[in-house]
Design a protein around this ligand. Structure first.
Ligand SMILES: Cc1cc2nc3c(=O)[nH]c(=O)nc-3n(C[C@H](O)[C@H](O)[C@H](O)COP(=O)(O)OP(=O)(O)OC[C@H]3O[C@@H](n4cnc5c(N)ncnc54)[C@H](O)[C@@H]3O)c2cc1C
Length: 439
């Protein structure tokens, strides 16, 4: 019961000024109905900046490379849980401009292996109270996730997932065609359907959250606790002194640090090469798209891995659609067409819906589709990357356990199985069947 233990072990503390708080980080202005009304009276001209644009200092205790969800959550929990605030998050572009602001926002935890279920369930449970904790609406909606099984093989695999979830105290179970028809009336379940739907894995407390709000909420709260958030500042090289990390070289000069954490997703391999460490990561392109806004028509998340398509409906009414990865080195129309064709085969009623926009992100895949969290062969240099196509859902949990790992200089018990050394020992955590689409 790793997952239950993990969630119970989290004791949230009230946010208070932390060690190292310099005083140049003002107290966070609270968002509330009252502050909305007050600011409406001044025509919304007096809202404070959510976080400050800071210049890098010469040295920090901890430098985090990457201002995506994982980097920002790590900085927040370092400040909040461990009172460590002499920390900089260094981002080469804008916060959330990597995969955190490009994903399809699905949150679930019914993975296959116990260490993964524990980590993703800790994260899912933190999502439930995140808006209140950060005083920032991350719009977590536990609407339920339906993973369709279109063959006997998938049915057997998803049954394994449901048993694994049950063993770890996570609610996810198999449902039949009747339940599926009630949950997704748009699905073609006729005898002439292109894809025979045999059953589904259902996680009722999975759902979606607003991706950029997660990044912004963590950034605002971390800044208020004393963390320096530095945007538009690429790290060009990691510096080492013998076997120990000594800091980073950036586009705005050198920064010394005793601890450096690489939380840079698709940029991680290149950064690690500067200290002669090779990561088992393949970067591939993943595309997604949204339709025009529609009336409410889909109130669960539906995944159909075998067809390479999945969808949910956003609060604005847009269908948020994701599909297969592309290894062509660029976004491809062929992949897009494939995803649309698959979705239309599942739900023919959407065939006339117009697409509004589509985009891509570069995801960092490990061979076992599980993340890399923990130490590297260089002392003081840590990793949190390799989240591939499924790391959005893990942001709160990963930030929590990685902050603990950095603060204590040893892996948190939930992080320990995800170390880089698993590719030497052979203790891999194969989660290829848990991905929303195969890649
Ligand atoms: C189309 C698509 C759909 C997805 N759908 C889902 C989903 O539904 N559910 C889910 O759980 N996951 C999903 N994912 C995966 C998820 O988005 C990622 O796993 C997650 O966002 C990774 O977060 P991160 O903080 O590690 O990386 P990122 O958000 O990519 O952040 C890394 C940051 O590091 C910065 N950086 C890189 N190199 C440097 C450098 N040298 N110096 C300074 N900064 C640097 C980048 O600019 C970037 O902002 C999807 C991904 C994509 C692309």
């Amino acid at each position: 019961m790793l997952a239950g233990v993990a969630a119970d072990a989290i004791v949230t503390r009230a946010v208070a000024p932390a060690r190292g708080h310099t005083g140049d980080h003002p107290v966070m202005q609270r968002y509330s109905a009252l502050s909305l009304a007050r600011n409406a009276l001044s025509r919304h001209r007096n809202w404070e900046r959510a976080w400050a644009a800071r210049e890098p200092k010469n040295a920090y205790d901890i430098v985090i490379i990457g201002g995506g969800g994982h980097g920002l959550a790590t900085a927040y929990y370092l400040a909040k849980e461990h009172r460590i605030t002499n920390v900089a998050v260094i981002e080469k572009g804008w916060l959330g401009g990597g995969n955190t602001g490009r994903n399809t926002t699905i949150v679930r935890s019914a993975y296959l292996n116990a260490p993964s279920i524990a980590l993703y369930e800790l994260s899912r449970s933190l999502f439930e109270t995140l808006s209140g904790e950060l005083n920032f609406n991350v719009m977590f909606s536990a609407r339920g996730v339906v993973t369709l099984c279109l063959s006997e093989h998938e049915l057997r695999l998803m049954r394994r997932h449901s048993h694994a979830a049950a063993a770890e105290g996570v609610t996810a179970y198999m449902i039949g065609r009747g339940d599926i028809a009630r949950k997704i009336p748009l699905l073609d379940l006729s005898r002439t359907a292109r894809h025979p739907v045999l059953g589904a894995l259902f996680q009722p407390d999975g759902g979606t959250a607003r991706h950029d709000a997660v990044a912004w909420g963590y950034a605002r709260a971390a800044d208020a606790l004393g963390v320096d958030i530095i945007e538009n500042c690429a790290v060009t090289r990691i510096r080492r002194d013998g076997g120990r990390v000594s800091g980073v070289a950036t586009a705005r000069g050198e920064i010394a640090a005793k601890t450096v954490a690489v939380v840079a997703a698709a940029g991680a391999s290149q950064l690690l090469e500067t200290v002669a460490v090779t990561l088992p990561i393949e970067n591939v392109r993943l595309q997604a798209m949204v339709s025009e806004p529609l009336k409410p028509m889909l109130d669960v998340v539906v995944l159909a891995g075998a067809t390479q398509a999945y969808a949910s409906q956003s609060d604005r009414g847009e269908l948020v659609i994701g599909g297969a990865a592309s290894r062509s080195g660029r976004a491809s129309l062929a992949t897009l067409e494939h995803t649309i064709a698959a979705l239309v085969a599942l739900m023919p009623a959407v065939s006339r819906v117009k697409l509004m926009r589509h985009w891509e992100g570069t995801v960092d895949l490990t061979p076992d589709r599980s993340p890399l969290i923990g130490r590297t062969p260089v002392e003081g240099l840590y990793l949190n990357c390799g989240w591939g196509s499924g790391g959005f859902k893990a942001i709160p949990g990963s930030g929590f356990i990685f902050a603990d790992t950095l603060a204590n200089g040893r892996a948190h018990e939930l992080a320990a199985p995800f170390g880089l050394d698993r590719f030497d020992t052979g203790a891999v955590i194969d989660e290829r069947t848990a991905a929303a689409v195969a890649h």
